[in-house]
Design a protein around this ligand. Sequence first.
Ligand code: ARG
Length: 600
Amino acid sequence: MKTILELITDKLKAAFAECGYEEKYGIAGVSNRPDLCQFQCNGALALAKQYHKAPIAIAGEIAEKVSSDPFFSKVEAVNPGFLNISISPKALADYLEEMATAENLGYVPAGTGKTAIVDYGGANVAKPLHVGHLRPAIIGESVKRMLAFDGYEAIGDVHLGDWGLPMGLIITECRVRYPDLPYFDESYTGEYPKEPPFTISDLEQIYPYASAYSKEHEEYREAAHEATAQLQAGHRGYRALWQHILNVSKTDLKKNYDNLNVHFELWNGESDADHLIGPMVEDLKKRGIAHISEGAVVVDVKEETDKKEMPPCILVKSDGAAIYASTDLATLIDREAKYKPDKVIYVVDKRQGLHFEQVFRTARKAGIVRPETELFFLGNGTMNGSDGTPFKTRDGGVMRLEYLIRDISAKVLEKMSDRDMAADEAEEISGIVGLAALKYGDLSNQATKDYVFDVDRFASFEGNTGPYILYTMVRIKSILEKVAAAEGTGTDKIRNDVAFGENMLGVTDRTYGESEFGLMLALTGFAESVHKAVEEYAPHKICSYIYDLANAFNTFYHDNRILTQEDKSVQKEWIALIVLVLEALEKCLDLLAINVPEKM
Ligand code: ARG
């Protein structure tokens, strides 16, 4: 179905054409003066010069032309040449009726038949998820869901850091700790143990220890480099030990991402692309795209128009090791071969911007992706503490994600202490609400900007917060439950039952109350807002929509007694209306990957 702006634009375009003007000027937008009108069109101002006419005169002609259309309640030309537009209650009711019955609330997907890969998460094996991993995970999950909603086959890839020096360090430290294991016995030819020699807590201790130790001890560092090279060259024992590292770590990472409600279609790692690096480098050298510079293999990616320094993209270091950029390029080769994606979107810390610019330019120069493939770097800003630097624990360390979630849930639990609820129920609900507080607090900020993590603000039940949105939804659910109970049926029945029929919103012989009309109008923004959010990979635009919608609902709720409304046909309309509000909110929260409790 068409969006409300498309419907208005169609009518305006026809009017512009009928009055002898170019129709492209008949574009409607949402009014920036909601006190005066709901929608506006500034086309007459843009046209005036070309037609040597006063803009107000043109606007007047258009207003005259469309004002007899029952779709509008008022179209006014105002100085210097704006068109102020309001639509009629009937048009609004018809629109909502269509929205309520259409699939996906009438949203028309734009990506059907196309494939998008979202590279997000970016966790590293053997390292716990910490706050730095929060934003790419939750923004990426949302962007992926938005693209799927838009019709794309959307594939999320965690692109695990599972290769390179960190692996060599762990192997080296394991050799020190467990020297008798068969992985280190060069003469061993039997099968390696099925059970890993370490737990996840061992691993999480081993890696930082080895990393710090190697910085102080050259011999150890060299051993780690050697182990890395041997692992990559296929050393049998190291490969077997590395598999254990991978398995133990992945199991733990999956659990942690699951707790965040973040799920990946692909659990590929840097290692999966490794075998493609050698042939790629050879090919690029042969075609003269890569060349040797100071012993390294590089690709020049500088362009005339560059204002900033743009160093060459290094594919192989002078010591022969492949690096981050070559891995990302090889991964693109793999993705191209397997999925032929129309888009590849990377949700990664914005401080990696230069790396991705080099990778993208090399990929284009080398024809690794098709010219029409979109490569997009969605660089996320950091979550800061109140001191304006990346968020830390009280003692200055890196905060583990699970502790952060625990803290915010505890805050929510504190706020819910006056509820009449069993302790374990309150605990469970505060977990859902706490996570929503964290995710919404993040997603409502523009992805590229830094923001300050403020547990009190995020966990507040008022304002533009996760708990406020959830509370609004729970309130609607509770009304529906009461209605269902009064009618002796279930809420499912109420929700399905309440279609917008002729005897409901179609009835326009009664006038809508101001806040009722406001709520109806707020609902119509669904498709437009989601389209904008998808086009710009901007979950915060979905947050703005749902915040406006929740506010409009709460104003309506404050003004009207839904349960005791005596006119049953009016009550039915109201219920249909709030069911639609709930559905829009549910759809949006699903796009944000935020779960909703039954009560709170
Ligand atoms: N593991 C990397 C890091 O911790 C992030 C990976 C991002 N994705 C990518 N395709 N490079 O910095």
